[in-house]
Design a protein around this ligand. Structure first.
Ligand SMILES: [Fe+2]
Length: 233
């Protein structure tokens, strides 16, 4: 009988990964939280849609090119995080790709439909550890319905940034954003208002307060370590 070929891991051959390469792929939350993006999208200034976004891997559908993701190595998926004050979250929008959301804290209402200007056709309330995957082309929005700021993270299919409009916003959102001076060009890149810097500073101050409040509710690393060592005894 013929001997089966033994497959060798690539690391035993010519392919080697140095520690520095791996360490460049570690994201410490304490650092990430200092790099919040208050105006990632054209709806981010609108009441009810204000939020702090964080790019962990990839562009995470951003219309704003003023930042770099925490992990810059190319991946076949994209990961973003967001912290929203109560009654706030992304406005009705759609993508040419799938995106999923995982709730980290608080309660969230996700709603969706097929008509960008119509009444949503469905909704679901999600709590921590719940997740939802939204198919491409579906119109969707979501909001934090807790009485405190809350977090969730998103995983997006791979996509090219600034090739075309992304996200697609409902017309009413495009109109509301335009009144504040925010638009997106045909490639999906944000056209900023003249008072962009002042708007960004004002919104950042407000959202940083919300983020700070949310972090007070996060279990402290020391508490977690104490729990683990207690279990070991
Ligand atoms: Fe989205």
């Amino acid at each position: 009988m013929a001997k089966k070929a033994v497959l060798q891991p690539k690391t035993l051959g010519s392919y080697r990964i140095e520690n520095a390469q791996v360490e460049a792929r570690i994201v410490r939350f304490d650092q990430l939280v200092q790099n919040g993006i208050p105006l990632m999208f054209i709806d981010s200034s609108l009441p009810g849609h204000q939020r702090m976004n964080y790019a962990v891997i990839g562009d995470t559908a951003s219309e704003n090119s003023d930042f770099e993701a925490a992990i810059t190595a190319p991946h076949k998926f994209q990961i973003g995080m967001l912290c929203c004050p109560p009654n706030s979250g992304p406005a009705y929008h759609s993508h040419d790709y799938c995106e999923m959301f995982f709730v980290m804290s608080g309660r969230w209402r996700f709603y969706w439909g097929n008509d960008p200007e119509g009444i949503p056709e469905g909704e679901a309330i999600l709590e921590p550890w719940d997740s939802i995957s939204l198919p491409m082309h579906l119109w969707r929005g979501f909001e934090n319905i807790s009485d405190t700021p809350a977090w969730c993270f998103a995983v997006l299919d791979p996509h090219d940034q600034f090739r075309s409009k992304d996200p697609y916003w409902s017309e009413r959102i495009v109109e509301q954003a335009a009144k504040l001076g925010f638009k997106a060009d045909a490639s999906g890149r944000m056209i900023k208002p003249k008072d962009y810097a002042a708007r960004k500073a004002k919104l950042a101050a407000k959202l940083e307060k919300a983020v700070k409040k949310s972090l007070k509710m996060r279990p402290k690393a020391k508490t977690l370590k104490a729990r683990v060592s207690k279990k070991k005894k």
